[in-house]
Write a protein that binds this ligand. Sequence first.
Ligand code: FAD
Ligand code: FES
Length: 266
Amino acid sequence: MKINQQNIRIIRNIALVPDKIFLMELESAHLSREAKPGQFIEVRCVQTLDPLLPRPFSIHDAEDNKIKILYQVVGEGTKLLSLKRPGDEISVLGPLGTGFSVDKKKKKAILFAGGMGAAPLYFLARKLIEKNIDVELYFGTRNKENLITINPFKKLGIKIHIASEDGSCGEKGMITCLLNNKVGAPIASSGQSIFTCGPRPMMKEIARWALKNNLTGQASLEKEMACGVGVCLGCVVKIKGDYKRVCKDGPVFDINEVDWEENENK
Ligand SMILES: Cc1cc2nc3c(=O)[nH]c(=O)nc-3n(C[C@H](O)[C@H](O)[C@H](O)COP(=O)(O)OP(=O)(O)OC[C@H]3O[C@@H](n4cnc5c(N)ncnc54)[C@H](O)[C@@H]3O)c2cc1C
Ligand code: FES
């Protein structure tokens, strides 16, 4: 896998939720060819020095010489990114990190996405389906505003379960509450692989449940990053009693090996 730093052209930068959630499409034969689900790119949001550090974004999809990122505006960098127009160029480093690994022997995969955690899981879902693996999505959200991020999953024709904290869509409550009711039981008894990305407390609950039911799985972690290539050690997390770099050794880790207690507040 080749990692490149390149200036690439923005094809589209659409507001899915005004001022909040954006879908950006970028022209890059290199990233489209090399990217694997679960990998990410480091994006310089401006040409100037402020903000200095690039921002990491999961690869939401990659094909036909294009890649997509799905992002939420949370601070200065993402705000500046949201102001970019088609035709503008941005400096991008990638693809970075390890992706999800797929066991082709398992014919079903269960994906758990919380909020913007849907971003890397869509690319994964598409690739799993290409390998004739049946995919089901569990999506947890604060409210129905974020539902738009799962529209691409709907187009894949997969089964989708939704839970919202305010009850405005799907079951009321956290997505993890579905695990302990009738929905979770068939997964637990089937021994399927699970894949998750989302808020740390959600993934911690899923990990606890997976362990209890002898399930294997992979979790994509997020950590504030500086270099993105394993040099600055700014993104370490505790995995199996050892410290690992989210950018280089991850962001995808074995769900049963993450020290969820240790990493909870980091
Ligand atoms: C591997 C990886 C993949 C990611 N993929 C996506 C994605 O697909 N879509 C998306 O919307 N976001 C993604 N993120 C998070 C994204 O990088 C941050 O939201 C972004 O860097 C914030 O930049 P900012 O300048 O707008 O905000 P800042 O001003 O830097 O921060 C604003 C707020 O966001 C928090 N924050 C900053 N960086 C992170 C981070 N890395 N993780 C969690 N919280 C953070 C800060 O603590 C602060 O509260 C990913 C992060 C990682 C590490
Ligand atoms: S961000 Fe520098 S080592 Fe991970």
